[in-house]
Design a protein. Structure first.
Length: 392
């Protein structure tokens, strides 16, 4: 494969540290975590002590002070090991940037150092039971009463929900508006009126806790507003580019590992007096997967370079997320097929990787939403017809 040039020697040294940590502290326990559906706080504390959390958050706020490539190293090594349970990247690379970019100095100094140490876990709550991708139409409200916001509503499919100490909640501070009515509110999970549902049982990523959240008149001070009132939708759209890059980085690594595992399997599996690898069908299928992954890896690495320059836009991120997760899905499905019956057995890593991969085409914006984002960038904007405007 074309040599990767995006990472420096420093990043590769960090990779070795991360790989050892994952082998020692994550993988021996991961199967047990899949049974319980929750990663214990102890694992987070160990990850924080080892420097795996908030890698690209400045040192003044408790982070490593690295760049996004340090985060990418953690994402890749977790994906390489099949460690889908600990949602380190959600905590570090999706939630923490909201605080860093939009939080007050007090908010940043209160939460980020604790998050970096694994002492405080964070989540973000956008999706609601009636819809996920249409963030402009969320129904959860945060109505101001004096010096407080009162939150009412429900969220679903929220990762890190069971262990979270603070949640970035997307809510309508102006229920009469669409995008301009959305604000981001920090909600501490020990406040009266807040409740978590039972962990949801998923097809894959079984060790990653995912739950419903309920807000029944939860009161938080106005100082818990993240950024400006009514700017939540813009903030979400800005940060989603990195979230989608996280998905792409994870997906291409998972596809690479699946191919490696499948090559090892077919070269040792006898069939009809030869090995599976001796059949032309097997060779052609492996070649197709290898070619797709090689092209994808080059594009994702280029997106990493562009993101480091602060120039990765929503369209390029959507392309990366869409192609990476779709190729991941095709590769994992092909690898399971080449494993035969063994590929459907949970004790084989390929089966767990296949189940985990299915979420990728939904989380962080569905494939259909990615296509819509890309298509809008290609076509001239059309003025809405008068009748359509009148019906709004």
């Amino acid at each position: 494969m074309i040599p990767r040039t995006v990472f420096t020697a420093e990043h590769e040294m960090f990779r070795e540290q991360v790989r050892r940590f994952v082998e020692r502290e994550i993988m021996p326990h991961h199967a047990a975590w899949e049974e319980t559906g929750v990663v214990p706080r102890e694992a987070w504390l160990k990850a924080g002590a080892a420097g795996l959390l908030l890698c690209n958050i400045p040192e003044e706020y408790g982070g490593m002070g690295g760049d996004f490539l340090h985060s990418a190293v953690v994402i890749e090594e977790m994906s390489r090991a099949g460690a889908s349970g600990p949602a380190f990247s959600l905590h570090s690379d999706i939630v923490a940037p909201y605080l860093l970019h939009y939080g007050t100095e007090e908010q940043k100094r209160h939460w980020l150092p604790r998050m970096a140490r694994g002492e405080a876990l964070a989540a973000v709550a956008m999706t609601e039971p009636q819809g996920g991708s249409d963030l402009q139409s969320i129904r959860t409200t945060a109505i101001r009463e004096g010096d407080e916001y009162v939150l009412k509503g429900q969220k679903i499919y929220i990762t890190n929900a069971q262990g979270a100490d603070v949640i970035v909640v997307a809510a309508k501070t102006d229920p009469t508006a669409r995008a301009r009515g959305v604000s981001l509110i920090l909600v501490e999970t020990d406040r009266p009126g807040f409740a978590r549902g039972k962990p949801l049982k998923k097809v894959g990523c079984k060790a990653m806790d995912t739950s419903e959240l309920f807000f029944d008149g939860v009161r938080v001070p106005v100082s818990n507003l993240l950024g400006e009132e009514g700017r939540g939708f813009t903030q979400l759209m800005t940060e989603l580019a990195q979230e989608r890059l996280v998905q792409a980085v994870r997906a291409v690594t998972a596809a690479e590992v699946a191919l490696e595992q499948t090559i090892a399997y077919v070269t040792g599996r006898p069939a009809f007096g030869q090995t599976l690898a001796d059949f032309q069908n097997t060779q052609f299928r492996l070649a197709e997967m290898r070619a797709e992954i090689a092209m994808l890896r080059t594009y994702v690495d280029r997106c990493l370079e562009v993101h480091l320059q602060g120039k990765l836009d929503s369209v390029d991120a959507a392309i990366a997320k869409m192609q990476a997760t779709e190729i991941q899905g095709r590769v994992l499905d092909g690898c399971v097929q080449l494993h035969g019956g063994a590929g459907y057995m949970w004790e084989y890593p390929i089966a767990r990787a296949w189940a985990d991969a299915r979420m990728s085409r939904i989380a962080g914006g569905s494939i259909e939403v990615m296509k819509q984002i890309i298509a809008r960038s290609l076509l001239p904007r059309q003025e809405k017809r008068p009748a359509a405007r009148a019906a709004e």
